[in-house]
Design a protein around this ligand. Structure first.
Ligand code: ZN
Length: 184
């Protein structure tokens, strides 16, 4: 269980033979698969600089980003996300059933910026989809190509995973992606 997780109502669900801690996590896995983004489930536990072990839910190996999925996000989840990015120098996407935040290193050296929202881009150089925040650094997280913000076509600000997008099945994900003109 992830640090700070108090969601006792999570129901384990199996996806691709992997037992995940909640249905929300399997929806995220479906979403990543629809975008053909490679992921690993809970591959590593980090010892944060405050001495507390922390295991994010997903690792996107090509983009070197992490995803934490929460039913409800509390204040401590933001603190943990910030510390994780500071300690590991890698980006973290925090997803709840109601919103999403993108944590990256931005500004002064060592400074972490947690943005409200998430964007999906498609890189014209490597052809892969990637995540960025709505502001900040827009370069492809897979190959590093920077094309300004032209490749960012889907603004998922304050993405609501339950209402705005019904991730109950792959079909609903595809219809949502179609709405944002993502080819799957
Ligand atoms: Zn690229």
């Amino acid at each position: 269980m992830s640090y700070g997780d108090k969601n006792i109502f999570s129901i384990p669900t199996v996806y691709k033979g992997i037992e995940m801690r909640s249905k929300l996590e399997t929806k995220v896995a479906l979403f990543l698969d629809a975008l053909k983004i490679k992921w690993e489930y809970e591959p590593k536990t980090f010892l944060l600089s405050n001495g507390i072990p922390y295991k994010p839910d997903f690792y996107l190996s090509e983009a070197k980003q992490w995803i934490e999925v929460k039913g409800v996000v509390g204040k401590n989840n933001h603190g943990i996300s910030e510390l994780f990015v500071k300690d590991t120098q890698q980006e973290l996407i925090l997803i709840s059933s109601e919103a999403v935040w993108f944590y990256e290193l931005f500004g002064e050296p060592g400074e972490v910026w947690g943005q409200d929202g998430l964007q999906v881009g498609k890189c014209s150089s490597c052809g892969n989809y990637f995540f960025t925040g709505p502001y900040g650094i827009f370069s492809c997280r897979n190959c590093g190509t920077h094309e300004g913000d032209h490749d960012i076509f889907a603004l998922l600000q304050n993405l609501s995973w339950d209402d705005e997008i019904n991730f109950s099945c792959i079909k609903s994900i595809k219809s949502w992606l179609k709405r944002y003109k993502v080819k799957v």
